[in-house]
Design a binder for this molecule. Structure first.
Ligand code: PLP
Length: 380
């Protein structure tokens, strides 16, 4: 990024030769992102983040089909999709929120039954950001096609971890975000299948072939391109290594700490994610203590943390109250080492023991817990 913030700070849309130098770098980045997705360079639109990509894709799909007023999505989408859908409901759209089972999976019969000739858009994430559970995207896309609906996929968590090829895919609109592939925060890209009717979310100049107005963030684009190139180069090796270390972490925790469960399907999952429920204690308390040891994990998604509401994803899975509140997510990357995993395994048992000793709810028999579970069921 640095040269594009200092030496080559020109506007790439300008006619002068300095702008031309920058244009080349933007073109290279577009090629790198397109290559990671198996797409054509003309199908890539740079955005400011994954949230913008999701909003742009969903709004464009609806504008392209003004006579259709139905959207199908899932209960476990990221707020970038869910909150927009809630807003669209207020504007007269009908939204079907598909449920998930206890392992976080969709029921394809429910997907099929939700579709009608009025369905403008099916919006389903590739992989869940809290549990890592991967959805059967191509089967869902096939169903969407049969009803003439556009298919949007929030692939923010999947890109760089699952090989993608838009040439053979049913996806019309796909979103990625820079910081999930070691690129910069505040950078993203949207794939728009050639031939898909598209109206920009940001209306302005003719940048990005008229699909996103606004002067491009050249340094961010260059960095996203490089990150995409590296993600593609390391994909196979990363997946193997991350999975091996993730499984080691998971096994270590389950074997040494009682009353722990893995949330989400055991195999239909991203290789780098594990969401573990430590019964009878608060996830936030675990995170605070982990932080003292320099260990970063999260409860829910970073975007909803702080709300103290249990995760909407784990609630949709119908997990019991005792697990809902004590669940945290560990995510590994290609830079995670064996020594780091061992350090987590060394530290976590002590933290859990300490918190459980303080917890009044240290068994499922606790009447209060049962009451809470009951009230959650009725409020759902
Ligand atoms: N979608 C998913 C699945 C995510 O995990 C995230 C971010 O964590 C987003 C969308 C939003 O991306 P951004 O933070 O770049 O707006």
């Amino acid at each position: 990024m640095l040269p594009y913030l200092s030496q080559y700070y020109f506007n790439h849309s300008s006619m002068h030769s300095f702008g031309g130098q920058v244009s080349k770098a933007v073109k290279t980045a577009r090629k790198q992102v397109a290559s990671l997705l198996g797409a054509d360079i003309s199908e890539i639109v740079f955005t400011s983040c994954g949230t913008e990509g999701d909003n742009a894709a969903i709004r464009a799909a609806l504008l392209a089909q003004p006579n259709k007023r139905h959207i199908v999505t899932t209960e476990v989408e990221h707020p970038a999709v869910l909150n927009l859908c809630k807003q669209l409901e207020k504007q007269g759209y009908t939204v079907t929120y598909l449920s998930v089972n206890g392992q976080g999976q969709l029921d394809l019969d429910e997907v099929q039954a939700s579709l009608t000739g009025n369905t403008a858009l099916v919006s389903v994430m590739y992989a869940n950001n809290e549990t890592g559970v991967v959805f059967p995207i191509e089967q869902i896309g096939q169903m969407a096609k049969e009803y003439g609906a556009l298919f949007h996929v929030d692939a923010v968590q999947a890109v760089g971890k699952i090989p993608l090829n838009m040439k053979t895919s049913t996806i019309d609109l796909l979103v990625l975000s820079g910081h999930k592939i070691h690129g910069p925060k505040g950078m993203g890209a949207l794939y728009v299948r050639r031939g898909t009717k598209f109206r920009p979310l940001l209306v302005g100049g003719h940048q990005e072939r008229g699909r996103r107005g606004g002067t491009e963030n050249v340094a961010g684009i260059v960095a996203l391109g490089k990150a995409a190139e590296l993600a593609q180069q390391h994909l196979v090796h990363n997946v193997e290594q991350e999975k091996r270390l993730r499984d080691r972490l998971e096994r270590g925790i389950l074997e040494t700490i009682a009353d722990t469960v893995v949330n989400g399907h055991p195999t239909e999952r991203l290789p780098n994610t594990t969401n573990i429920g430590f019964k009878y204690i608060e996830g936030e308390a675990i995170l605070l203590l982990l932080d003292r040891y320099g260990i970063c994990a999260s409860s829910g998604s970073a975007c909803t943390s702080g709300s103290l509401e249990p995760s909407h994803v784990l609630r949709a899975m119908g997990l019991p109250y005792s697990v809902l509140h004590g669940s945290i997510r560990f995510s590994l990357s290609r830079y995670t080492t064996e020594a780091e995993v061992d350090r987590v395994l060394e530290v976590v048992p002590g933290i859990i023991e300490r918190l459980r000793a303080l917890s009044p709810f240290n068994s499922d028999e606790a009447g209060w817990l049962q009451e809470q579970e009951q009230s959650l069921v009725t409020s759902n």
